[in-house]
Write a protein that binds this ligand. Sequence first.
Ligand SMILES: [Zn+2]
Length: 382
Amino acid sequence: MIIQRTIKLRLRPTPEQASILTQAIQAYTDSFNQVSAYGWTHKVFNGIELHKATYRTQRELFALPSQLAISARMKATEALVSVKALLRKGKKAHQPQSLRCPIRYDQRSYGLWFDRSEVSLLTLQGRLRITFTIAKHYQQYKTWQRCSADVIQDRKGRWWLHVVMSKDIQEIPPNDTDDSFVGVDLGIVNPAADSRGQFYGSEHWEEVERKHAVLRSELQSKGTRSAKRKLKRTSGRQRRFRRDCDHVLSKRLVQTMESGQTLVFENLTDIRGRVKLKKAQRKRLHKWSFAQLQTFVEYKAQAVGVSVVFVDPRYTSQKCSQCKHVSRSNRPEQSVFKCRVCKFTCHADHNAAINIRANYLQFKGLSVNQPIVATQGDISFG
Ligand SMILES: [Zn+2]
């Protein structure tokens, strides 16, 4: 199975290089618009016909190198085809037009060297060598195979290369043995805990979150224009902070797994679980999204042959994982689980993670031979 990931490289062109890129994007956009205008007017949606009708003009009029002329035509063809599909469905559609069309490069029209942080991009002035920087969480894809790439300039004027990387991974059927399933509880004191008794994330995150929340409510009550501006900046920072945390957490979690093993989460986005969802969201920090974390985990797990499954959130925090007694009063304090019947004591998130795992095994009809993991020292009877 071939899987693909898009990585974003921040290009650092010199001012001179930036103006060459700007010129290339302009010519590419003009070319895109010209092909799409031709296709729209003459009702031509076929790539070969469009090529025949527009190629020469594009090369002469916009001075595009052949590979970029073809790329612009292909992009315009795609846009025309989707417009045609809309029209067929009886929907409104307009001639595809772009103000700033990102340049699509194929494997031959660009080069990429991670070892010297450099890309080479085809332009109207020949090939341009530009240095780039790469975010930490994309480093893991360096060994994958590069496919197409898009050059984009964002609203702030920054240049990016979005590169599609691919990898052929061996499909590994999930194991059915007892130790191949790991339950994960997403909590508040500890951002995540698993059924083996491992905890993930930092308690410091909660403090950062709380500071963000305090600042937000202060700014909201002020209501001045400058406060609103600041609020916008703050929420951007908050969003990035959460995303970074979710990246760190998902990476660590997946690193502890082996191919063929399965991660079990509570299904917190299920419709039937709506009510439960609200509660669970509250339980985590200020509505910190589960969805993003779970997406990151699925993404990373897939690349290493680890399965991710979801199970109904049922009594996971109130049930004793050892004797199965369910009671609200099993939780003397938020982080401690103490069973009123069998006196089993354990970190509350760990107990919940064991239940999540057991719920899934039960759902699958596998034996729920729950091993007590006591290596972390947070479990005791008495
Ligand atoms: Zn018990």
